[in-house]
Design a protein around this ligand. Structure first.
Ligand SMILES: Nc1ncnc2c1ncn2[C@@H]1O[C@H](COP(=O)(O)OP(=O)(O)O)[C@@H](O)[C@H]1O
Ligand SMILES: [Mg+2]
Length: 264
């Protein structure tokens, strides 16, 4: 059994009518999809903008409700219609980092409050302040920075805070939806190093949406390629990146040089 299992997972959105006479149209953001992510592995999700990457991730995390199909995490059914309380186990098991570290941090909260929020929201036992200090150090920030507000940090530091918040409760699954895309090159390299270290030192399962092939190469065991809401190719990272079979994957990779031998 895989840690994450999706079966026939599908999501349609209703397209807004342009006139009263137009019939209601549906857009399939994700066509029926099967996916298995074994525990401790890392999966890269690549594909052009609008191809359904975020929709897939949101469905897997119970943040959106599928039109049809099922998701199970660790053998338990993910029911996005359930109350927050009954999805407590899933929040406990997962951590999330989004693209924009500014938009995802509450400007009125200190770094410590932001990072510690999952601990108290999940009502986890233990010394929260000590855990916050520990995780600040882990992401390369000074514990003395705990009392500062988001605007007092640089963009890279803010994404470190977002990462600290995502791992503070020691989730089994870390999900990044373009977590490095908004960062400049040097900061991106630093956060990438952090993620590599996290993978090496924990048994974290990683789902990573990225259009940066280098990031996927460095972090992911396997890759799926999405186009128009479908997975058009999937396989081991080195196979997909170095010997893509699908024309779309070939086109996607053509613009970006792939360095042979550097695949994870
Ligand atoms: N809440 C929504 N309402 C309507 N359409 C949506 C919604 N979310 C996503 N879509 C549509 O679903 C498709 C896939 O979007 P998304 O999963 O965000 O793609 P990606 O993350 O690959 O850029 C797009 O056509 C997008 O416009
Ligand atoms: Mg997206």
């Amino acid at each position: 059994m895989s840690l994450i299992e999706a079966r026939g997972l599908r999501r349609d959105f209703v397209v807004p009518k342009r006139s009263a006479f137009e019939r209601t149209r549906r857009h399939t953001a994700l066509a029926p999809t099967d996916l298995d992510v074994p525990a401790g592995t890392s999966l890269g999700i690549i594909g052009e903008s609008g191809s359904g990457k975020s929709t897939l991730v949101r469905l897997l995390l119970g943040l959106d409700r599928p039109t049809s199909g099922t998701v199970a995490v660790d053998g338990r059914n993910v029911d996005a219609t359930a109350s927050a309380r009954s999805l407590h186990w899933l929040r406990r098991a997962t951590g999330l980092v989004f693209q924009d570290p500014y938009a995802s941090l509450d400007p009125r909260m200190t770094a410590a409050q932001i990072i510690g929020e999952p601990l108290w929201a999940l009502q986890l036992p233990g010394d929260h302040a000590a855990r916050i200090r520990e995780v600040l150090l882990q992401v390369g920030l000074e514990p003395e920075m705990a009392g500062r507000y988001p605007h007092e940090f640089s963009g890279g530091q803010r994404q470190r805070i977002a990462l600290a918040r995502a791992i503070v409760h020691r989730p089994r699954i870390l999900v990044g939806d373009e977590p490095l895309s908004a960062l400049d090159v040097t900061v991106r390299a630093q956060i990438l190093e952090l993620l590599i270290e996290l993978r090496e030192t924990t048994d974290l399962t990683l789902l990573l949406v990225s259009h940066d092939i280098g990031v996927v190469q460095n972090l992911c065991d396997s890759v799926i390629v999405t186009k128009d809401g479908r997975i058009v190719e999937r396989g081991a990272t080195k196979d997909v990146l170095l010997r893509p079979q699908d024309d779309y994957t070939k086109a996607l990779l053509a613009a970006i040089p792939v360095i042979p031998g550097s695949a994870a």
